[in-house]
Design a protein around this ligand. Structure first.
Ligand code: KIV
Length: 283
């Protein structure tokens, strides 16, 4: 990527049919590697609740958690466009609260945009942020912050009525001025239809090949840490196994006194050794 990614460039990519590659990252080294790999967008997703902090959903993740991780990511990145999730209940109160929370993500975390989950219920929040100059990414389909309301991790928009409602939500979100929409766990045909019917890019996860871009969670695509198998995830590496093997070998070598060897130790000057042991060398 020669120039930093921007919302206008993403819109151009959609009109040219150039796919947008998005990956999540939550810390300095992984964000640096994602940018090096050419990721157009790095999403500091609240999925960090699951894959980094060990919660069983994104609900416990706080605004301070998101800002903390966003700071680490933005320190590593100069070209990829960094978007940060607004966590649970940080954009459902007054417009003032929403703007204050989004403002902290931009000013303290240095993200370039925020992401919000939901349809008609978040239109006012999305519009207020856009009007204040904060780029907003939407998120329809399966919305993880509502997992308890949705009753589990299920595909959304399977019936014609539900599909039409999602299409309507996507159009209304587009009208607020947001720059892109994530479509999560949505049937391929519906995701393709939404992508064709709106002018802003759609970014799919478990939504098939008809979206304008794709996003996967860093830990899922690299098989890093505990992760249950997901049909929509392709494993591009198995970092978990490499880490497990490396750590086991390290522990084993320490126990057998094989590590550290001379190559990893720092010898003293001979004169200092003699002095230390009481045999001061005579000139
Ligand atoms: O939190 C997250 O990582 C996300 C992606 C799954 C889109 O919202």
């Amino acid at each position: 990527m020669e120039k930093p990614m921007s919302v206008t460039r993403m819109r151009r990519m959609k009109s040219e049919g150039t796919p947008i590659a998005v990956v999540t990252a939550y810390d300095y080294p992984s964000a640096g590697l994602a940018e090096e790999a050419g990721a157009d967008v790095i999403l500091v997703g609240d999925s960090l609740g699951n894959v980094v902090l060990g919660y069983d959903s994104t609900v416990p993740v706080t605004l301070d958690d998101m800002i903390h991780h966003t700071k680490a990511v933005t320190r590593a990145v100069s070209k990829s466009f960094v978007v940060t999730d607004m966590p649970f209940l940080t954009y459902h109160g007054s417009t003032d609260q929403t703007l204050r929370n989004a403002g902290r993500i931009m000013q303290e975390g240095l993200a370039k945009a925020v992401k919000m989950e939901g349809g008609e219920d978040i239109l006012a929040s999305a519009e207020a942020c856009v009007k204040a100059g904060i780029p907003v990414m939407g998120h329809l389909g399966f919305t993880p912050q509502s997992v308890h309301q949705l009753g589990g991790y299920f595909i959304q928009g399977k019936t014609a009525d539900q599909a039409l409602k999602m299409l309507e939500d996507a159009k209304r979100l587009e009208q607020t001025g947001i720059f892109a929409i994530v479509l999560e766990l949505v049937p391929e045909e519906l995701a393709r239809l939404i992508s064709e019917q709106i002018s802003i890019p759609t970014i799919g996860i478990g939504a098939g090949a008809g979206c304008d871009g794709q996003v996967l969670v860093f830990h899922d695509l690299l098989q890093y840490g505990p992760s249950f198998p997901k049909k929509f995830v392709k494993a591009y590496a198995n970092i978990g196994d490499q880490i497990r093997n490396g750590l086991a070998q390290y522990v084993n070598e320490v126990k057998k006194r094989q590590f550290p060897g001379p190559a990893h130790s720092f010898p003293m000057e001979q004169e200092a050794v003699h002095e230390l042991y009481g045999y001061k060398l005579k000139g």
